[in-house]
Each structure stands twice: as structure tokens, then as C-alpha cells.
Design a protein around this ligand. Structure first.
Ligand code: AMP
Ligand code: MG
Length: 421
């Protein structure tokens, strides 16, 4: 493939729909191969096997309270006025191998989590007693089975506890440990490399020279990739020098399951991503019928056909392109469902106008009013309006051919939850 000469505006490629572009992406990306991972490495990954428990949970009958293991019949008459006195034959703590049996007329002092001694059928909490060590005064009668956690009441031996496809958060990892798994088969989190292109870019905190702007995209995209479940490597800024960009890209390929760049994909001169990638890999550059985010590059690069996203440089375009195209791809790589953000129908609180031909992702605030969703769209579609985007919690999807929506019209709203999952 030959590249257009540096600075050639070329002729505009044909336009494609959001669906067509996303379809191509989802045909290329697939779930990463499963790995045998230790539990903490599996955190945030998606389980690739059905997990069953080798033993019951709890593994044995045990006490839910600090107190006294008794035969309920022995304390049936206990009251505040006339406590039942029982000799205490010994102590069982959590972890102790129980040498005791509760014989009629006797009791055993027991701690939370300790195995229930044979013979006992209830635990009297210490608060209902005088806390005696040799003899105890019991002031109330427990129910049959009171304060006993039965073996298997959480999980029975052989029970499936987590199916393949489960996202492994804190609770799921705890359960895997509890059922005795030190390692599991899981799909690893995709490793994503993020690069910003632009000779005008500087690091945050650097005084701005003439024409310089801060590289906000690599920060936003790194966080967006993390929020989608990936391991993100922020490489940062490369200039619009093609050689520098190509070298950086080739260096980074080794650790990437996916590469995201921003900038340099439109039809201007010095569009470095377009220039370099046109000669490397299978990346195509398209005009996608959306606003913001019309210029999009996508394809694969390198010996392992690593998915590559060349996102536009405007900060809001870059982040919305991520939402629409990259997030679903990363979720597909993780092997998790759903790959899309949730969408709800909401009523517009004010009208929207736009040109025909492109799907608009308008920024807005979604909230519940009188039990139904309403959305206040922000004015202005400018793809540089980052402060607006930071205040938005939704993208209002305005269809391609719609030019006007009155207040009260029902619209689809993509919910941008910013919590990590
Ligand atoms: P480009 O697509 O490279 O022509 O960039 C489009 C616009 O986005 C220009 O105004 C750039 O200065 C701006 N831009 C590009 N990259 C970044 C970035 N990493 N952070 C913030 N703004 C950027
Ligand atoms: Mg640029």
C-alpha cells in the first residue's frame, strides 16, 4: 500500500454508519485466551470455567456467637428470676480440635466459629449468662438450633458456586478462596497501550508555550480503559514526526493486546497516525456518520495482529469514540457481557436541533423525575467542550436523519457510569 504524500488531503473516503464501523471492530476482536491465574491476578478478570465447591460451607457445624453450647432440654426452665446453673466442662475456641462432648446436665464454653461439640443442640449467647467459667448461670432459654451455623447451609459439597463468564470482583474472589481454589482459569484483562499524537502537546503542569495544549486525551483514555476493565499503560505524548511515532508504536506492540492513539486521523497535513498506519498493518481510515468523532481509524498492526484504534484528537471526540467503539471491543476481549453501556429512554427537558446525516451523541444530565427518566441536553455540540463532558452523565443518542426534537420527545440515553467495575 502506498501512502499519500505528507500533507496530501487526499479524497474523502466514503462515509459509514456507526453500526458498520462497530461491526467491523467486533469481527476482529475476540476474547483473550484463558490463563491459569492466582486469585489476586484473577481479580477483575472473567472466569473461564464453572467452579464447584469441593467441600461444604461452612465445612462443619459451628457457633455463630460467643457463649455456651448446651442441650436445650437442660435449660428449658431458665429465666431471669431463676437461672439454670450448669457446670462448664471446658472451652472450645475457633480452630480447636473439639475434645468435648456435651453430656446431659453439662455445657461447654464456645467461641464464634468453633466447632459445635457433639451432644449440643443450641448455643446460649454469653450475654444471657453471667459468663461463668467453672459454672455458668443461664438466664434465658434458646430456641432449638439457636446460634448454630450448620455445615453446608451456605454451599453444599459439589455445588456450582460460580459459572464461567462471571466477572470476578471482591466477593467472587472471596468465594473462590472459601471453596478452596488457589488458582482459576480466567480470561486476563486486556493490556491497552495509550498514545497521544501531536507536536502541540505538553504534560499537565508544564507552562504552556505559544500554541501548546495539555495532553488530556491520554489521561482520559487510560482511565476509560481501566473503567472498562483493562490494564492500561499510558505511554503519553509522541510528536507528529512519523518516524518517532512509528518507533514508539513498534516498541509498544510487545506488551499490547490493543493500542489506542488519539489525534492525527483527520484529513489535514501532519496527520501522523494516518500517514504511518496506512503503510503498516491493516488499519483503515473512515468517516463515520457521527458527531462528535467522525474520523476513525481501526484495524490490526504487528505480527500478532493487535487491534488498533486511531481515535480523533478532540478530547470529547476521543472519549465518546472510546465509549462507542473501544469499550465494547475491550469488553469483548474480556469475555464479559453486556459489552454496551445500559441505555434508557428519557424525556427531553429542552429541544435539540442538529444537521441531518450524522448520529449525534449529545452530552446531558439524566435524572429521575416523578418516577421516570428525564434528560437535560447541554447546548452546543463542540467536540472540544471537555468541561461540559465532565459534567455529563449521559449521551443522548439523536438519530442520523433527525434534525429537530422538541422538549418532551423520548430519546435513547447511554448511561455513563463512571464507577470502576
Ligand atoms: P488532530 O486530530 O490531531 O488534528 O487534533 C484535533 C484537535 O484535538 C486539535 O485541536 C488538537 O490540538 C486536539 N488534541 C489532539 N490530541 C490531543 C490530546 N492528546 N489532548 C488534548 N487535545 C488534543
Ligand atoms: Mg494532531
Amino acid at each position: 500500500m502506498t501512502s499519500p504524500p505528507h500533507g496530501d488531503h487526499g479524497h474523502a473516503p466514503p462515509q459509514r454508519t456507526v453500526e458498520q464501523h462497530l461491526e467491523e471492530i467486533l469481527e476482529v476482536v475476540s476474547p483473550l485466551s484463558e490463563l491459569d491465574l492466582s486469585l489476586l491476578d484473577a481479580h477483575g478478570c472473567v472466569l473461564a470455567e464453572d467452579v464447584t465447591s469441593s467441600h461444604p460451607l461452612p465445612p462443619f457445624d459451628n457457633s455463630a456467637m460467643d457463649g455456651y453450647a448446651v442441650r436445650r432440654a437442660d435449660v428449658a426452665g431458665a429465666s431471669e428470676e431463676s437461672p439454670t446453673m450448669l457446670p462448664v466442662v471446658g472451652d472450645v475456641a475457633a480452630g480447636s480440635a473439639t475434645p468435648y462432648t456435651v453430656q446431659p446436665g453439662l455445657c461447654v464454653r464456645i467461641m464464634t466459629g468453633a466447632p459445635l461439640p457433639p451432644g449440643a443442640d443450641a448455643v446460649v449467647p454469653v450475654e444471657w449468662t453471667d459468663g461463668g467459667i467453672a459454672t455458668v448461670a443461664i438466664r434465658r432459654t434458646p430456641r432449638e438450633g439457636a446460634h448454630i451455623r450448620r455445615a453446608g447451609e451456605d454451599v453444599t459439597a459439589g455445588q456450582q458456586v460460580l459459572p464461567a463468564g462471571t466477572h470476578l470482583g471482591a466477593a467472587q474472589v472471596a468465594l473462590l478462596a472459601a471453596v478452596g481454589r488457589a488458582r482459576v482459569l480466567a480470561r486476563p484483562r486486556p493490556r491497552v497501550v495509550i498514545l497521544s499524537t501531536g507536536s502541540e502537546l505538553v504534560e499537565p503542569g508544564t507552562p504552556l508555550g505559544h500554541g501548546q495544549i495539555v495532553d488530556s486525551n491520554s489521561y482520559g483514555l487510560t482511565c476509560a480503559a481501566r473503567e472498562a476493565g483493562a490494564i492500561a499503560f499510558r505511554v503519553g505524548i509522541t510528536t507528529d514526526d512519523p518516524r518517532e511515532f512509528r518507533d514508539t508504536l513498534e516498541d509498544q506492540l510487545i506488551r499490547a493486546d490493543c493500542i489506542i492513539t488519539s489525534g492525527g486521523v483527520s484529513a489535514g497535513a501532519y496527520d501522523v497516525v494516518k500517514e504511518v498506519l496506512s503503510q503498516l498493518g491493516t488499519v483503515g481510515f473512515h468517516r463515520v456518520a457521527m458527531q462528535p468523532g467522525m474520523p476513525q481509524g481501526f484495524g490490526t498492526v504487528g505480527p500478532e495482529a493487535t487491534p488498533f484504534f486511531g481515535l480523533p484528537g478532540n478530547p470529547v471526540s476521543a472519549l465518546i469514540s472510546f465509549e462507542v467503539f473501544v469499550r465494547p471491543a475491550l469488553r469483548r476481549m474480556l469475555g464479559t457481557e453486556p459489552i454496551q453501556r445500559p441505555t434508557v429512554r428519557a424525556k427531553l427537558e429542552s429541544p435539540i436541533r442538529k444537521g441531518a446525516g450524522r448520529r449525534q451523541f449529545a452530552r446531558g444530565r439524566l435524572r429521575v423525575k416523578d418516577g421516570a427518566y428525564v434528560v437535560a441536553p447541554f447546548e452546543g455540540p463542540g467536540s472540544h467542550l471537555l468541561a461540559d463532558y465532565a459534567a455529563a452523565n449521559t449521551l443522548v443518542v439523536v438519530p442520523e436523519e433527525t434534525t429537530e426534537l422538541p422538549a418532551g420527545a423520548a430519546v435513547d440515553c447511554l448511561m455513563l457510569e463512571r464507577r470502576q467495575r
